[in-house]
Design a protein around this ligand. Structure first.
Ligand code: PPE
Length: 306
């Protein structure tokens, strides 16, 4: 689906018309992938538009930048306010928010230090990430022939643009083979994550998700789901697990700001459980969406009203 264009994009402190929000082709980011970014959702609630876990996303953006020695030329407070203002200015009820910090234009060469660090915030209305029926019906996925990056190569804890070259390999392969998404293994063969989602399995009533050591992005939805499991009294733990554990799991689901909580109904054409959204997945998904849409009390202060 092409962009649902919004009126304005925030660029380095100013609102620019969507079509004029451009950078030079010789910007460092274009050649060397030097960017870090976030993906955040704002929901339409009874009490108005609310951003889900704005603080955690902003913190992760700054952490990603720190890992890459990028000094963001704005404070967290300014970036936070800019996100709120962009939503107001674009008059969204619900939207996706994409702040991106990148190495800009000055000169080329791998050394990024001579180039400025620029910041842009865009918002647009974005539907269901893995298809309109994914949340209810679940998706069919494959284990990718591509591994996630090894530790100490591309830092997985940073949400860096360059990491998404690996994600693209995973995603393209999955699409070409007729699947919605791919699951990557880590370099040791343990299950890692999807191209743009973390992953959970349910086995005998227990919920398991790969640890940070399996080179995953420390997902904020993942964190929300772990908290929700605690609340619901569901046994949840972080542990490494083997590929074949996917096939014999009772339920599997993806998590992500874009994907929310999406059930997986088959892996490598092997039916998972009953081949439809499982009971524990349903319970967790309902609760997640209830928090995001302010249909339940915001006991964790996860919502920031626009
Ligand atoms: N792993 C990866 C590789 C990833 O990209 C995401 C988010 C997650 C896990 C889940 O993280 P979190 O959103 O904090 O729960 N992927 C974002 C971008 C997807 C895209 O296509 O762009 C997202 O969900 O916004």
């Amino acid at each position: 689906m092409p962009f649902n264009e919004a009126p304005y994009i925030w660029m380095d402190g100013k609102f620019i018309k969507w079509k004029d929000a451009k950078i030079h082709i010789l910007s460092h980011v274009i050649h060397y992938g030097s960017s870090v970014f976030e993906g955040i959702r704002a929901y339409k609630t009874r009490k108005g538009t609310a951003i889900f876990r704005l603080k955690e996303h902003t913190d992760r953006l700054f952490n990603s930048a720190k890992i890459y020695r990028m000094k963001i030329p704005f404070s967290k407070k300014v970036i936070t306010q800019a996100m709120l203002q962009t939503i107001r200015r674009n008059k969204h009820k619900a939207c996706y928010i994409r702040p991106i910090v990148y190495r800009g234009y000055n000169q080329l060469g791998v050394n990024p230090f001579p180039c400025p660090v620029n910041v842009t915030i865009a918002t647009w209305e974005w539907g269901k990430y893995l298809g309109p029926e994914a949340l209810e019906r679940g998706v069919d996925v494959m284990v990718s022939s591509w591994n996630r990056m090894a530790p100490n190569t591309f830092p997985a804890m940073a949400k860096a643009g360059a990491n998404y070259m690996n994600s693209q390999l995973i995603k393209m392969e999955a699409i070409k083979y007729g699947f919605t998404e791919g699951i990557a293994l880590d370099v040791n063969g343990f299950v890692s994550e999807g191209s743009g989602e973390n992953l959970f399995i349910v086995k005998d009533g227990k919920v398991i998700t790969p640890p940070l050591g399996s080179t995953i992005l420390p997902g904020i939805t993942r964190d929300s789901v772990i908290t929700i499991c605690h609340e619901l009294g569901i046994d949840v733990r972080e542990d490494m697990f083997l590929r074949e554990f996917l096939y014999i799991a009772d339920e599997i689901f993806f998590t992500g700001s874009a994907a929310e909580v999406t059930p997986i109904r088959s892996v490598d054409m092997i039916k998972i459980g009953k081949g439809k959204r499982g009971t524990i997945t349903t319970e967790i998904q309902k609760r997640y969406l209830a928090y995001a849409n302010a249909e339940t009390e915001d006991t964790h202060n996860w919502l920031t009203y626009v």
